[in-house]
Design a protein around this ligand. Structure first.
Ligand code: GLY
Length: 305
C-alpha cells in the first residue's frame, strides 16, 4: 500500500506531488522530500522555509530532519540560515556514521560543500512583520499554533521515511531549537512498527518525546490512531495534574500498512492523507467527548493553516 500523511493544510499540494511520485514507483524518501520542498519554497507559509518569520534579531533560522525507517538512520539540522531547502540538507546528512546532526554555521558549510542552493530566506513581508513586532511587543510573541510541516511516506517496497521542516517560533531567542530536528520528539520512524511526527510548541513536545511514544505504542499493538490519541492523552493528563494548560500539540502517525493516525489539543488540526489512488484533507478535532477525526474538503478548510 502506497501512503503518505502530512501536517496542516499547507502540505496539501506537496502531498499530492509526493503521492504522484510514489505511484510512478519512486521511493518514500523522494516523495517525502518533494512534499516538504513544496512548502519550503512557498513564501505564503510563514512558519517553514522561504517566507518563514524571523527570530528576535531578524534572522530566519530553520530546523529540519529526515529519518529512514529501514536503517533507523537520520539526519538533522538546527538553527540553519540561508539554505533554501533544509530538508535536502537533513537528507544529505542521513546515513552518515557520525556528524549526522549539524547546527548553524557548520550545517551551512556542509550545504555549500554539497552544492545545495542558498537563498536569503527573509521575505519583505516577513521583515515587515518583524519590525511591527519589535515596535509592539518587545518580547517573544506567544505561540500562534501554525508551524512544522511533517510528512511520512510509505512506498511500494514497504520503506518508510519521515521528514520535518520549520522556521520555529516567530520572535524566538536567537539559537532556540524546537522539537522538529530532535529524534523521538519531533519525529520517529521504524518501518517495522510505523512512524510519527509532531507539530506545536516544541518545548512541550520535547518534554514528552511524543513521536517515540506514538511509535512505541504501535510496537505494542496499538493502531496508528490509538497510539496518537493515547500518547497525547497521557501527556496532556500529566500536564493537567501539574496544573498546566493543555498547550498546542498535534500528532500524526502512519502504520506499516498505510493506516493513518492523528490527534490534537486544538479545536481543529488539518492534515492530509493519501493512500493508493486517493488523497484527501482531514481534520482532527478536540471536542468535549475527546479527539475525533473527520474527513473534510478543501472548501471547509478555508482559513485554516
Ligand atoms: N514545533 C516546532 C517548534 O517548536 O519549533
Amino acid at each position: 500500500m502506497l501512503a503518505m500523511i502530512s501536517t496542516w493544510r499547507m502540505s496539501w499540494e506537496g502531498l499530492r506531488q509526493g503521492m504522484a511520485l510514489l505511484r510512478e514507483g519512486c521511493g518514500a524518501g523522494d516523495a517525502v522530500t518533494r512534499a516538504i520542498q513544496c512548502v519550503e519554497d512557498d513564501p505564503a507559509y510563514t512558519s517553514v522555509g522561504y517566507g518563514g518569520l524571523p527570530d528576535r534579531s531578524g534572522r530566519v533560522t530553520m530546523d529540519a530532519a529526515y529519518m529512514d525507517g529501514e536503517t533507523l538512520r537520520l539526519g538533522a539540522v538546527m538553527a540553519v540560515e540561508s539554505v533554501r531547502n533544509p530538508i535536502l540538507l537533513a537528507r544529505a546528512l542521513c546515513g552518515r556514521e557520525t556528524n549526522c546532526v549539524l547546527a548553524g554555521r557548520g550545517a551551512e558549510q556542509f550545504a555549500i560543500a554539497r552544492g545545495l542552493p542558498l537563498r536569503d530566506m527573509l521575505t519583505e513581508r516577513a521583515r515587515r512583520r518583524w519590525l511591527e513586532a519589535l515596535d509592539t511587543e518587545k518580547t517573544a510573541a506567544p505561540y500562534a499554533g501554525h508551524d512544522t510541516v511533517c510528512v511520512i511516506g510509505l512506498d511500494g517496497a514497504g520503506r518508510m521515511v519521515v521528514g520535518t521542516s520549520t522556521s520555529g517560533l516567530f520572535m524566538k531567542e536567537p539559537g532556540r531549537v524546537g522539537d522538529s530536528p530532535v529524534s523521538g520528539s519531533g519525529f520517529y520512524c521504524d518501518a517495522r512498527y510505523g512512524a510519527a511526527a509532531a507539530t506545536g510548541l516544541g518545548e512541550d513536545v520535547m518534554r514528552g518525546c511524543l513521536s517515540y511514544e506514538v511509535v512505541s505504542r504501535m510496537r505494542h499493538g496499538a493502531t496508528a490512531q490509538q497510539a496518537c490519541e493515547e500518547a497525547l492523552r497521557d501527556f496532556v493528563g500529566h500536564k493537567r495534574e501539574m496544573g498546566e494548560e493543555d498547550g498546542s500539540i498535534s500528532l500524526i502517525a502512519l502504520s506499516p500498512t498505510g493506516q493513518p493516525g492523528a490527534a490534537t489539543t486544538l479545536p481543529v488540526f488539518p492534515f492530509a492523507w493519501g493512500h493508493g489512488d486517493s488523497c484527501a484533507l482531514y481534520a482532527a478535532r478536540r471536542t468535549p467527548e475527546g479527539i475525533r477525526v473527520a474527513e473534510t474538503t478543501g472548501e471547509e478548510m478555508a482559513g485554516e493553516p
